[in-house]
Design a protein around this ligand. Structure first.
Ligand code: BGC
Ligand code: BGC
Ligand code: BGC
Length: 521
């Protein structure tokens, strides 16, 4: 309950509080100097000439991302089982405005129209997710053919439109029946997930070649089991660590299951990442920023690449708490074919290991963190704040285009120049139809956000980062999780009263970018 009230707090108010929290912090000059442009009036802004000169390589995959629960609706059709998000949104008081995803954008029925719109915007890659309870209503056992048929038609429609289908196997909608068996802290879910992954690859792997197991595995574990902000709303750090380990095991098992069922499969990821800057130059804050990076950015990546977790902890890794068994290294080890991650905003991180730990850190959304004394949890012991030096989007996230450059170049360096896909990046603004302009939607702030972020991405590519795709979040306005329909991230406006779609100015702009590989269009 307490978490919910906090969650419902207006995010601008929340951001203002975080500003107070970092105010006066001695931000390391080395970190910020290169992003300060005397010509720009807005902190963090990218100069116009950099945007005008930005180019993307021939064949770059301009994409969009969506997620089953946020878009599909049809929550109980064609044999679909209940998911934890159905249960959550059907519980009074959980979601802003008391809304649900029962209908949402009704994409389950309207997908052909949405794919036609994506084609109109010159989209080359469509990242969607499959709803596990449509395929296995209780999370185990024989597949529901109606569910598979739906995604089979979805994939065929994408291919007919000349768009690459990109499949996330899990974007948070766990079958409720598996939560009833203990949820992600139950290690057996790794095997159930691998079975599910094998079913998908067997039935769709003749056409889908790009697979990722989880959208934002850290968030699944922490937001669901430690912060309690997302279903199943538990507040146990032990459950969080156990869930994290099950997700690590599931990632490895699913990789092998997919490869066994489809010879065309490539396997990657959709991690959330935020570049972490130490709050001061002290060794303690630097170490804390490294722990943030290890926990939030590369925990599951390192598990797959090296068969062990990076040291995200103060002191020894709590392997016993996680339920780590001898031999698990071999299960974790499954190096990805390419690395996919999101970029929204950055973090400033400070050490909290010398303070007494108090439970009850406060969260808002998946991108804003506010921590209690002693840090976010009793194991990592850091405080991570989203600074507000740059302006905020209407969804309350700081605009910091430079962050994508720092993140992409770091991952490139640290992992020997892997193939990278940006799996999500975008911003929330509420612009709607302007009646005086015949219903046109002039969302210039979103265009500006993408121009700057993409200019920074192109700089990283020019310096050698092997980024082959960028997926804008998102194709059309949808259910923004616990914030309901109060945030709009789409390139296309959804009128939820009548399901009418209207391409925003940003959508037309993105379509021109996709056609020309440049930003001054
Ligand atoms: C290093 C990475 C390392 C990570 C986790 C980062 O600061 O650059 O190579 O994996 O910390 O320890
Ligand atoms: C939350 C939003 C937040 C977003 C950031 C969503 O799940 O509902 O409040 O802005 O995550 O990723
Ligand atoms: C999530 C999306 C969400 C977006 C914007 C991402 O972290 O994967 O589902 O809608 O942020 O908040």
């Amino acid at each position: 309950m307490e978490f919910n009230e906090e969650y419902a707090m207006d995010r601008r108010e929340f951001a203002a509080r975080s500003l107070a929290a970092v105010a006066g912090a001695a931000l390391s000059p080395a970190v910020y100097a290169s992003s300060q442009n005397p010509a720009a009036s807005v902190p963090g802004a990218i100069p116009e000439p950099v945007i005008k000169n930005a180019r993307f390589p021939e064949g770059f995959l301009w994409g969009v991302g969506t997620a089953s629960y946020q878009n599909e609706g049809a929550w109980n059709e064609d044999g679909k089982g209940e998911s934890i998000w159905d249960r959550f949104t059907h519980t009074p008081g959980k979601v802003r405005g008391g809304v649900t995803g029962d209908v949402s954008c009704d994409q389950y029925h309207l997908f052909a129209q949405d794919i036609a719109l994506a084609r109109k915007l010159n989209i080359k890659s469509y990242r969607f997710s499959i709803s596990w309870p449509r395929i296995q209503p209780t999370g185990v056992g024989a597949p529901n053919m109606k569910g598979l048929d739906h995604y089979s038609r979805f994939v065929d429609t994408l291919l007919e439109a000349g768009i690459r289908p990109w499949c996330t196997m899990y974007h948070w909608d766990l079958p409720q029946a598996l939560e009833d068996r203990g949820g992600w802290p139950n290690r057996e879910l790794a095997n159930y997930f691998a079975d599910y992954a094998g079913i998908l690859a067997k039935h769709l792997g003749d056409r889908i070649t790009v697979w990722a197991p989880f959208n934002m595995p850290w968030a699944i574990a922490f937001m669901g089991y430690a912060a309690g902000a997302f279903p199943p709303c538990r507040t146990s750090f032990t459950d969080f660590l156990k869930a994290a380990h099950t997700l690590g095991l599931a990632q490895g098992e699913a990789h092998r299951a997919v490869k066994a069922a489809s010879s065309k499969a490539t396997f990657g990821s959709a991690y959330e990442m935020a570049p972490a800057y130490p709050r001061t130059d002290s060794d303690e804050d630097r170490a804390a920023a490294d722990r943030y990076h290890a926990m939030n950015n590369v925990f599951f990546l390192e598990a797959a690449m090296k068969g062990r977790y990076p040291n995200a902890f103060v002191g020894e890794p709590p392997l016993d708490v996680m339920g780590f068994k001898a031999g698990d290294e071999k299960i974790l080890y499954a190096p990805p074919d390419w690395i996919g991650f999101h970029y929204y905003t950055r973090r400033v991180v400070s050490d909290a290991s010398k303070e007494g730990f108090q439970s009850g850190g406060k969260f808002s959304g998946t991108e804003i963190e506010n921590n209690s004394p002693g840090g976010r949890d009793p194991y990592t012991r850091f405080r991570a704040a989203m600074p507000t030096e740059g302006p905020l989007t209407e969804a309350g996230l700081e605009i910091w285009p430079r962050g994508i450059y720092d993140l992409v170049t770091k991952i490139s360096r640290d992992y020997d120049h892997p193939t990278i896909e940006i799996t999500e990046s975008g911003c929330g603004y509420l612009d709607g139809p302007d009646e005086e302009q015949h219903g046109r939607i002039p969302d210039t702030r979103r265009i500006q956000w993408y121009r700057q972020t993409l200019a920074e991405l192109s700089r990283a590519i020019a310096e050698g980062a092997r980024v082959r795709a960028f997926h804008a979040w998102t194709l059309l306005d949808n259910l923004e999780w616990a914030n309901g329909y109060t945030e709009r991230y789409g390139l296309i406006y959804t009128d939820f009263r009548n399901q009418r779609r209207t391409i925003k100015d940003s959508g037309y702009w993105y379509g021109r970018v996709a056609a020309s590989n440049r930003l001054d269009v």
